[in-house]
Design a protein around this ligand. Structure first.
Ligand code: A3P
Ligand code: MG
Length: 442
């Protein structure tokens, strides 16, 4: 934990030695503006809260922090009943849908995933443990979480309306972050209770996105799929229990991150070499653009599309534009990396990719200085709040974030390797995969 100090030279060096802070670490710490350093506020009978200011977001603009290309090192699938299976059994192949299709068709038969149960990080931990059993080595990530959590963090500088709440715990050199299920469920209830004035029910509009995925994918390559299947995709029952999830190692600034997240489809086939770029495809729907205002809205939506795909290394986003009543009217392929520059050029989107990267990078580095103890910590951003708060909610243990199974595995692993390895810095040179975001030249 860094405290404020006035550097009287010799006393300062003595202090550094005492705190075991190396000169490189000191340099890293002083690179963080002082006002973003952890501030622990002591209130009477209130847990100490560290706050990370979001504004002014302009301090995060400019050249982006080093970004590491995400590399898949494991994957898992949920089947049609949402049961976990290691491997890629639910992987789907992209094949263009037929324009003119009504995206509402089949809504009555929709098999919708029941997300009322808290799934924590269970599937991700199981997949990491399986991987570690193969390598007999603990993964080296500073941060382990679902892609969705990092999407929320990266979008924070330009997202004002929505808040978030997450739980985090430090376990064997990694901070594990999950969504706080109660908060998500309460936000959903609040949204459902608001009177909806639109002509089409919200549930039907939500179905359009899943229908588009079913219309645009095949369960095997084109060559292995019957013509009959391809032509009758409109009659397939839409079931969003089924998912393919990619687990990647990536990096933002000085933080090594392990992320798990759903990938909609693949363009061709997975490369033989593990870690090589994969031609993933993200499928999205959006209202067709008929005015400048529609374009402004679409470009705002592109921020989330970009962050989501950027984090897992998905190079292509295919947008299915639909009419106001849900007829698929147009397809557009977008290169993920060119999205930030494209929206910057038009100059009306009000978001900037470098700021998102630098904000998340600074926040994670700060978070690693705050969460240095066991217990459960809350990461919270209240709607419209100018800062993110972090405070401890349980002093011991890991809540329900880490499963017993995972802990048992780690204990077994540590019997072979008594000392868990410290997370290593990004050892490979920066791979400039982004054309839309400025990267340093080193
Ligand atoms: P669209 O993104 O085409 O609207 P994802 O692309 O993230 O895998 O999500 C697939 C679909 O799930 C979305 O399709 C949308 O229908 C639904 N969905 C995802 N996140 C949602 C949210 N926060 N609220 C409502 N629906 C959501
Ligand atoms: Mg999608």
């Amino acid at each position: 934990m860094v405290t404020k100090h006035e550097p009287i030279p010799f006393l300062f060096n003595w202090y550094l030695n005492l705190m075991n802070i190396s000169s490189s670490r000191l340099k890293a710490l002083s690179a963080i503006p002082r006002y973003t350093r952890p501030r622990l506020l002591q209130h009477k009978n209130v847990a100490m809260t560290a706050t990370f200011p979001i504004q002014p977001a302009a301090r995060f603009a400019g050249q982006s922090e080093p970004v590491k290309r995400p590399k898949e090192f494991a994957c898992f699938s949920y089947n049609k009943d949402h049961q976990y299976h290691p491997g890629d059994s639910s992987l789907k192949w992209y094949y263009p849908p037929t324009l003119g299709t009504d995206l509402s068709y089949g809504f009555e038969k929709f098999i919708k995933h029941d997300d009322s149960a808290d799934e924590h990080l269970d599937s991700l931990l199981q997949t990491i443990a399986n991987h570690e059993k193969e390598t007999n080595k603990q993964i080296d990530a500073h941060i382990v979480t679902w892609r969705g959590m990092l999407t929320k963090i990266m979008a924070t500088p330009f997202e004002d309306r929505d808040g978030f709440e997450m739980n985090a715990t430090l376990y064997r050199n990694s901070i594990f972050i999950e969504e706080r299920h109660e908060y998500k469920a309460a936000s959903r209830r609040e949204q459902d209770n608001q009177t909806w004035k639109g002509p089409i029910p919200q549930e039907v509009m939500q179905f359009w996105g899943y229908k588009f995925e079913t219309l645009s994918t095949l369960p095997a390559t084109w060559g292995e799929t019957s013509r009959d299947y391809i032509e009758s995709r409109d009659d397939e029952i839409v079931n969003n229990n089924e998912q393919y999830c990619s687990v990647v190692r990536t990096g933002l600034g000085k933080s090594v991150i392990c992320l798990g997240g759903e990938v909609d489809a693949i363009w061709d086939s997975k490369p033989r070499v593990q870690g090589a770029p994969i031609n993933w495809v993200e499928l999205k729907t959006s209202a067709e653009i008929r005015s400048d205002r529609d374009m402004d809205n679409f470009e705002r939506k592109l921020m989330k599309f970009w962050i989501q795909s950027f984090l897992l290394g998905v190079p292509k986003i295919i947008v299915g534009f639909r009419s106001r009543d849900g007829i698929l009217v147009k397809l557009q392929e977008m290169e993920t990396n060119s999205i930030p520059t494209t929206v910057q050029r038009r100059g009306r989107a009000g978001w900037d990719g470098n700021t998102c990267i630098n904000f998340a990078s600074a926040f994670l580095e700060w978070l690693r200085q705050v969460i240095t103890d066991e217990g459960v910590w809350r990461i919270r951003r209240r709607p419209r709040s100018p800062h993110i708060e972090v405070f401890q909610v349980e002093e011991v243990g890991h809540g329900n974030i880490i499963t017993d199974e995972f802990m048992n595995w780690r204990i077994k692993l540590s019997l072979n390797q008594p000392k868990p390895p410290a997370a290593e810095p990004l050892e490979e040179p920066l791979e400039a995969q982004l054309t839309g975001v400025q990267l340093p030249e080193t």
